[in-house]
Design a protein around this ligand. Structure first.
Ligand code: EPU
Length: 419
């Protein structure tokens, strides 16, 4: 297993190219299961989670090849298997995204229940209730959801109590081949869902309401393979903006979509960063002291929970008090204990963290607990005095494409070593 070592205190200067979105690529790769043929996907990031879902697709009968570093061709002619095993699902919860496509195409899907994870209980009850409304029969046995439908699924109206991202994606993928009309109310509005809708539409699906919280799907009898480009990763983009905020410097991010980060931009500008938005680039400069801001995580277009940990690291570097409300996941403060090891003063009270900034952090040995928590420790390490050593960095490899290489290229002193 690798660890990351950072010698803090270097300002960042230069250009970083943003990769395709992990959470955009995963549902789109799952959607290729919906019909036979060869699909082409561009701008796919090089990540462990992508390798995991491709491994899962292979167990279902699909084949794939990378025709260049970021372009994938997936052939789904021989998809006949319908089981996603515990071994794969336990390493990546997003494996549940194969439920909708398999049920729609084969009339059967057997997927291991993901269980809890480092950021909360994360049930999939909304997905299951949605499939039931579409006419599937679901049974829970031996830790697996076994879903079956005789003939085609039937369109229905589905309301989500909370706008679930993968829930919306799973139901969408099931509904496109259902008989009749499906309406998803209180649907999630994340840009990755619009990316999936574009893929499904190119495959022949009929979906209205893209970008809104009400999606209407007119089911079709068949679909055809399609070609799509994955949108830029807005969480990777936000992570680098915050990293420059913490370390200082002047960096331009390219190949990104600034319109996907409205709430983060507001907060970063309020905390003293200069941001210059282009069509597909963002320049970020931090030259002066940081100001404290409060954040509340919300479904898109609110402040992303996937940027909460990174922003908390930034707030430890101000000279004021910052209140951070985590409203999406009940246990997403695992990074707090590690940031405290670096000298941060943070108090947690239920879903609220109160950060008392002291203007600095000290390097220390810390442990990554989940993907975004790991990113927050890297950000803290870039700003800290002395050496920071982060273990269990396999979490980072799940969702950041060459984070160490990209930060090194803009002047950070960061490297990997075998533990
Ligand atoms: N929820 C339920 N029941 C469900 C589904 C969700 O109670 O059936 C609750 C969750 O427990 C949570 C809330 O609804 O409190 C929202 O969860 P959501 O379903 O939207 O999360 P997700 O689809 O499992 C995706 C991302 C996460 C990201 C969240 C929130 C993918 C593959 N994952 O998860 O990404 O944090 O949306 O934006 O798209 C990450 O990339 O690090 C990551 C964790």
């Amino acid at each position: 297993m690798d660890k990351i070592i950072i010698e803090g205190g270097r300002k960042l200067h230069g250009e970083i190219k943003i990769s395709g979105a992990k959470n955009g690529a995963l549902p789109i790769i799952a959607a290729t299961l919906l019909c036979p043929g060869t699909h082409t996907i561009h701008n796919v990031p090089e990540l462990r989670d992508i390798r995991t879902i491709l491994q899962l697709l292979a167990t279902l009968g699909a084949t794939w090849e990378r025709i260049d570093t970021n372009t994938l061709k997936i052939n789904s002619d021989n998809v006949t298997e319908f089981e996603a095993s515990y071994d794969l699902v336990k390493t990546m919860r997003a494996s549940v995204l194969v439920l909708g496509p398999l049920l729609a195409r084969l009339g059967r899907a057997r997927v291991s229940l993901p269980g809890g994870c480092a950021i909360g209980a994360r049930p999939i009850d909304f997905h299951m209730q949605g499939f039931q409304k579409l006419g599937a029969q679901l049974e829970l046995e031996h830790g697996y959801v076994d879903a079956k439908v005789c003939g085609r699924l039937r369109g229905a109206t589905i309301y989500f109590d909370i706008p679930s991202v993968t829930g919306t994606e799973n139901i969408l993928m099931a509904a496109v081949l259902a008989e009749g009309t499906t309406v998803i109310k209180n649907a999630a509005r994340e840009p990755e869902i619009a990316n999936l809708i574009d893929m499904l539409t190119r495959m022949g699906a009929r979906i209205e309401g893209r970008g809104s919280d009400r999606l209407t799907v007119q089911g079709v009898e068949s679909l055809q393979p399609a070609e799509i480009e994955i949108i830029p990763d807005r969480i990777e983009t936000g992570t680098f903006l915050i990293a420059v905020g913490a370390a200082g410097g002047d960096v331009t991010l390219t190949n990104c979509n600034p319109s996907h980060l409205p709430s983060l931009f507001e907060k970063l500008r309020s905390s003293g960063l200069y941001l210059e938005e282009g069509e597909t680039s963002i320049r970020v400069i931090r030259s002066g002291p940081l100001k404290n801001v409060d954040i509340k995580t919300m479904p898109y277009p609110g402040f992303a929970t996937d940027l909460q940990a990174q922003t908390m690291a930034l707030m430890t570097l101000t000279e004021g008090l910052s209140v951070i409300h985590e409203n999406i996941f009940e246990n997403r403060f695992m990074h707090v204990a590690e940031l405290r090891r670096m000298g941060a003063d943070i108090m947690v009270d239920g879903g609220k963290a109160i950060v008392k900034g002291h203007g600095k952090l000290n390097g220390a040995r810390v442990m990554a607990t989940d993907l975004r928590a790991s990113a927050s420790l890297v950000i803290a390490g870039l700003a800290a005095q002395g050496l920071t050593e982060i273990s269990r960095v396999y979490h980072l490899d799940r969702g950041y494409d060459d984070l160490v290489g990209k930060l090194s290229a803009v002047g950070a002193k960061i490297w990997r070593e075998r533990e």
